[in-house]
Design a protein around this ligand. Structure first.
Ligand SMILES: Nc1ncnc2c1ncn2[C@@H]1O[C@H](COP(=O)(O)OP(=O)(O)OP(=O)(O)O)[C@@H](O)[C@H]1O
Length: 294
């Protein structure tokens, strides 16, 4: 069994050098339920952390705490050495997907530009309009979305909107990216593009990535650590440490079996949990042998 204290025992007191996100003894409740209890977590520059758990476990809640939108009941939270929500923090956020209103006339370029205008860079950056345009175009290009620059958001497909959202999140050159199920509604190419953009950012720019997902397999090759939340309990560790029959059964308080098939993780049990799907399916299953999360 992975003991939470053991896995996180390196974290005591001050965040270490290169730490981008640190949480110490963080407890968060919502609607009268404690979702996160005594969470200790340090995320290093360049680290890719997947946040997993069933519906309602508190994954989005954890991101909201890091964004400064929600205060924990207790504990200490720092993002790039600052209090969450500090305007000086270079933070990229890809919110849980919600379609834009079809009537919205804002264009792709405008949305990405907002990621730069946002107060994070402080007023006046980039000071020249040409420079801003270059940064916006580069961000869209990275997502293979150059052709969406002048398209109104309301007339984009869900997947196109998602690419533009990710472009917006990287445009401010973030030191941390908080991504809430960013692969949803993307086709295979879109999923690969987004995953590789995130991987490139963390490798070449030291961006720490917190990635909320229901499906570990599409990002498994780049995941350094997992934070797995279930019903107020959590486990932190590498995929090898967390995805074991013992740890998962303990987390779910119910017998769960973890299988590895051709490099993919499959979780089998009679409780609602993570569905581990291959890249190619792109949709959720709902049967007992390959239990879909939703
Ligand atoms: N504004 C709110 N006020 C009170 N409770 C809330 C609020 N938003 C969410 N909750 C509750 O907090 C719990 C955690 O929600 P959260 O969105 O963090 O879960 P999640 O793990 O991201 O779930 P999902 O996989 O469904 O996205 C849920 O039980 C939810 O009902």
């Amino acid at each position: 069994m992975v003991d939470t204290d053991q896995v996180t025992s390196h974290f005591r007191g001050e965040p270490g050098p290169g730490t981008v996100v640190s949480l110490e003894s963080v407890t968060v409740s919502r609607g009268g339920r404690t979702l996160i209890r005594d969470l200790d977590l340090e995320v290093a520059a360049g680290e890719f952390v997947a946040v997993l758990g069933p519906n309602g476990a508190g994954k989005t809640t954890l991101l909201k705490v890091l964004l400064g939108e929600l205060a924990p009941d207790s504990g200490t939270v720092l993002v790039d050495g600052r209090a969450p929500g500090d305007r000086g923090t270079h933070l990229g956020y890809v919110p849980q997907q919600k379609a834009f209103d079809p009537g919205i006339t804002l264009r792709g370029r405008d949305l990405v530009g907002l990621g730069i205008d946002g107060t994070r860079w402080g007023p006046g950056w980039p000071s020249r309009r040409g420079e801003k345009r270059r940064v916006v175009d580069a961000a869209l290009d990275r997502l293979g979305a150059g052709q969406l620059a002048d398209k109104p958001l309301g007339r984009m497909s869900g997947g196109e909107q998602q690419r533009v959202r990710v472009a917006q999140a990287i445009a401010c050159d973030p030191c941390v990216m908080l991504c809430d199920e960013p692969l949803l509604s993307l086709d295979l190419t879109g999923q690969r593009t987004v995953a590789s953009v995130l991987d490139h950012r963390r490798r070449h720019h030291g961006t720490a990535v917190l990635f909320v997902t229901h499906e570990i397999n599409p990002v498994l090759p780049m995941v350094d650590r997992i934070v797995y939340l279930v019903d107020g309990r959590h486990r932190i560790g590498t995929p090898e440490e967390v995805f074991t029959t013992e740890v998962m059964s303990d987390l779910y308080s119910s017998p769960v079996e973890v299988l590895r098939v051709r490099g993919q993780i499959i979780v089998v049990g009679d409780t609602q949990h993570l569905c581990a799907e291959p890249w190619s399916t792109g949709h959720h299953h709902h049967d007992d042998t390959h239990p879909g999360a939703h």
